[in-house]
Design a protein around this ligand. Structure first.
Ligand SMILES: [Zn+2]
Length: 424
């Protein structure tokens, strides 16, 4: 049976339904990883009441009611991917993604959300979606209508006319502009307010050109310094965080100086950019796995030839930048750009983060503690009393073999089971 069908059956038949009076379940595991301290607790029980963790304690000798013994696994908090694109079809890139309607792309989002959750990611930050499809998906998940991770969403990405956050694929007579296109401070502020009006949580904007857009040079800074400042000031004035897409060296520096909360990709970050990121406390979200996917599977998925060419320029540099940024003590959160590659493969990035300098624990913290901080979401990213019962279990020990995270055998979100492949 394919994983997809197995999950569909699971969500139909095995969504956790607790006892009527009080929804209590005790989850027992050989190992529970405290991601904050790095301590591996052995033979512990997590008591879940309704959607929350009530306590984590050594397994008692006495018999527990509603015991779910997961056996020889490691339990850790649900993972967080701070850079995903759930809306749309990952297999239709470049001109291929012009054909799908907003409703069709949103329904791809339903499938993608389910696959992301099944892969152990219980919270995500969705950075860029047209027509507020991400707001709708977030709300449908929160209402329990469809399974998926908790979402923080940006709505339409903000960017200059003809920039990376515009759509440049069609000729002028088609008259196409992406919804978040804004030039000058006044237009930027208007777009930010419109996004907020329709329910977004954060702002995503394009500070430089990008790999996957037509006719943009990666190194080019797109907004001026003063436009970026106006964007960040208006967002922060209203308590909204800002994520800046930036590949080029100068655009990265300009975005950090403007006060953004995170720099996405940060491909050509230099030592000055790293120094500033540390000084300003800017989080870097460096998607160092996706490059291999684009270069190996990109042609079949429909990426433009110029995108493949640009990826060849930045992939290796980005990994080197990741190593240097981590060594310098920069704040790094786990983010993959899933949606450029098929959803559910997010955890394949962990081994890259370890290869390029992180310890296994640091890589896990990037996808838990650091992710929760960046999303500004309470009750996720660590298992402690009062936190959401968002947890996963993997065979083996992820501190010894980070790739165990690629195939979780158990996924719970808010006290409900979404995946269970345990030997019973
Ligand atoms: Zn992206």
């Amino acid at each position: 049976m394919s994983a997809r069908w197995r999950l569909a059956l699971l969500s139909a038949a095995l969504t956790y339904v607790g006892p009527a009076a009080s929804d209590v379940v005790h989850i027992k595991a050989a190992r529970v990883l405290d991601v904050v301290s790095g301590d591996m607790l052995t033979n512990h029980v997590i008591r879940v009441v309704d959607d929350r963790v009530e306590s984590i304690s050594p397994a008692p000798q006495t018999r527990l009611e509603n015991l779910l013994d997961l056996g020889d696994v490691t339990v850790l908090p649900g993972l967080i991917d701070a850079h995903v694109h759930l809306i749309g079809d990952a297999d239709a890139q470049g001109y291929g993604n012009l054909a799908a309607s907003v409703p069709r792309n949103t329904l791809f989002g339903v499938k993608n959300a389910r696959e992301t959750l099944a892969a152990g990611f219980t919270a995500v930050r969705n950075v860029g979606a047209g027509s507020f499809a991400d707001v709708a998906l977030r709300d449908a998940i929160d209402a329990g209508d469809v399974p998926g991770p908790r979402m923080r969403v940006s709505g339409p990405s903000v960017g200059i006319t003809g920039g990376h956050c515009d759509n440049n694929l069609l000729p002028p007579e088609a008259g196409q502009f992406s919804e978040g296109v804004a030039d000058g401070a006044a237009e930027i502020i208007k777009v930010l307010r419109r996004n907020k009006k329709y329910g977004t949580d954060l702002v995503k904007f394009c500070a430089t050109g990008g790999v996957l857009s037509k006719g943009t040079a990666i190194g080019d800074q797109q907004y001026t310094d003063s436009e970026m400042k106006a964007l960040v000031d208006e967002s922060h004035r209203r308590g909204i965080k800002v994520a800046a897409h930036a590949h080029g060296t100068q655009g990265i520096i300009a975005a950090i100086k403007a006060g953004v909360d995170s720099v996405e990709h940060a491909s050509l970050i230099d030592d000055e950019g790293i120094r500033l990121a540390v000084e300003y406390g800017t989080t870097l979200v460096m998607d160092i796995f996706v490059s291999d996917y684009i270069l190996q599977g990109g042609e079949a998925a429909g990426f433009l030839p110029e995108s493949l060419e640009k990826e060849r320029m930045v992939g290796a540099a980005q990994r080197d930048g990741f190593r240097r940024a981590h060594a310098a003590g920069a704040n790094i959160a786990f983010g993959t750009d899933a949606g450029v590659f098929p959803h559910g493969k997010n955890a394949q990035q962990f081994s890259y983060m370890v290869k390029y300098g992180m310890t296994e624990l640091e890589a896990i913290q990037a996808a838990t503690v650091k992710g929760a901080e960046l999303l500004g979401m309470d009750g996720v990213g660590a298992l402690s009393p009062g936190a959401y019962a968002d947890l996963i279990a993997v065979k083996g020990d992820p501190l010894q073999d980070i790739r165990t995270l690629e195939s979780p055998v158990f996924v719970m979100k808010g006290g409900e089971i979404y995946r269970s492949e345990l030997d019973q």
